[in-house]
Write a protein that binds this ligand. Structure first.
Ligand SMILES: [Zn+2]
Length: 451
């Protein structure tokens, strides 16, 4: 007997955590942190439906914080089983969790210093080290058994380097967890693998009701031209994990076509950027060749500089004239980009370009939904900078990508829509029913279903 409990990313996009129970044995598929508004992040403190030491394994789909960020807390609370993921995900996980632990410790320290409530510190770097010792990397297409008698295989999901959807075979059924599904025809990643047969699919639905704009690079070019004509700073909050590489590639392509932008200084402000670049180098088979035309700078961006140290980052506060700063995090939930937003928000010459999904309650969500003022680092700032929201660079499947991927399914499964706001999840479920004749419904947090 097998059942499935939706613990996270049900009715929301963060906190991905699905509990599969087979004959009384438990495995988590993903183990992410809830992020965004306080009512959502409070769910990180809610008790799990099982004790951490009763969980036998975790199967991770990819290395984003909302899919792995709870792991060190799970380990701190008693979990000691294997954590499965692909080899590139293992490498990204180390970088992402190191960063998350540092940020949590730093926020807690600042909270103490200023005697104000800080967000909870769930773990530190020692917990991350203990977590990483439990990781068992498994290549795409190689089967493993997270529980006795449960055969699991990873297949390419085209969402971020190393991302996979996981197919579970148990009791004569095949259950697929999409993780985050990426997109077809991407610059750096290969297309998602075909789904094959399935009895149940637990599918993300971030953009279940949307079609991304067709030409993201042209939209970015227009935004850069407008911003540089106004002579101010341009800030792009971008996930250091791979989205940054997409943006740099796009900027390089734009600069090759657009003489007016060739002298635009481009600053990548990220202590993680070099480590992520190393992962790309270590796993050449996991991505398409990187086009850089033999240029000396990353991806052929002209006038490029990298800020790794805090001092280098702070020096960017004093730049004059048009310049571009790319810095994490993408939803502006923390990290160095907050300082750049603080520095540019009240300046009408500046532009802030969001390029990913902005979860409800994050600073990215607030700014892309028309905020007139923003409270940041104790200051109330007027929003005078131009705010641009480019969803075309999203690493998440849109309606067209779902159509292509669903078409590769050779059966009529039951679909549970997860990892989406309620409207997107409902829209994807309705679409799967109407277009493909599947039975489908949005997953509800805390609910257990039989497989
Ligand atoms: Zn993701």
């Amino acid at each position: 007997m097998a059942d499935l409990t939706f613990v996270g990313a049900a009715g929301t996009v963060t906190g991905s955590k699905h509990l599969l129970t087979v004959a009384g044995h438990h495995v988590f598929i993903d183990c992410g942190l809830f992020q965004g508004e306080q009512a959502i992040t409070a769910l990180n403190d809610a008790p799990l439906p099982v004790e951490p030491d009763d969980v036998e394994a975790v199967v991770v789909t990819h290395g984003h914080l909302d899919h792995i960020g709870y792991l060190p807390k799970l380990v701190r609370d008693g979990f000691s089983g294997p954590i499965y993921c692909t080899p590139p995900t293992q490498a990204l996980m180390q970088i992402v969790l190191d960063d998350a632990a540092q940020l949590q410790v730093e926020m807690a320290r600042r909270g103490l210093e200023h005697e104000r409530a800080a967000p909870p510190c769930y773990y530190d770097e020692r917990d991350v080290q203990r977590t990483m010792r439990l990781v068992h990397p498994v290549a795409l297409g190689t089967s493993f058994e997270p529980l006795a008698g449960v055969r699991t295989t990873y297949h390419n999901a085209a969402h971020v380097l190393g991302s996979a959807f996981a197919a579970f075979e148990l009791e004569g059924k095949r259950i697929i967890f999409s993780g985050d599904l990426g997109r077809y025809d991407r610059t750096l990643l290969y297309d998602p693998d075909p789904m094959g047969t399935a009895d149940t699919i637990v599918c993300e639905s971030t953009y279940g009701d949307t079609v991304h704009p067709p030409d993201a690079v042209a939209t970015l070019r227009a935004a850069l031209l407008d911003a540089s004509a106004r002579g101010g700073g341009i800030v792009i909050p971008a996930f250091a994990v791979e989205r940054t590489q997409d943006i740099l590639l796009a900027v390089a392509a734009i600069q090759r076509q657009e003489p007016r932008l060739q002298s635009l200084p481009v600053h990548l402000d990220s202590p993680m950027a070099e480590r992520v670049d190393d992962v790309f180098e270590r796993f050449p088979e996991a991505h398409k060749p990187i086009p850089n035309d033999g240029a000396a700078t990353p991806f052929g961006v002209s006038d490029f500089s990298l800020a790794v140290t805090t001092e280098e980052s702070k020096a960017l506060n004093h730049l004059e004239g048009a310049h571009l700063i790319i810095s994490a995090s993408g939803m502006a939930t923390g990290g160095r980009v907050l300082h750049h937003i603080h520095n540019h928000l009240a300046d009408e010459k500046s532009t802030i370009v969001f390029v990913g999904y902005e979860a409800r309650g994050t600073l990215g969500f607030i700014l892309t939904h028309g905020a007139k003022t923003l409270r940041l680092f104790g200051d109330t700032l007027p929003v005078r900078a131009k705010i641009v929201n480019l969803t075309g660079f999203s690493g998440h499947a849109d309606r067209n990508d779902f159509t292509r991927w669903f078409s590769t399914c050779t059966a009529k499964p039951h679909l549970y829509a997860v990892h989406g706001e309620p409207a997107s999840a409902a829209a994807l479920a309705a679409f799967a029913s109407a277009r493909f004749g599947w039975t489908a419904e949005p997953a509800r947090r805390g609910v257990t279903v039989q497989l």
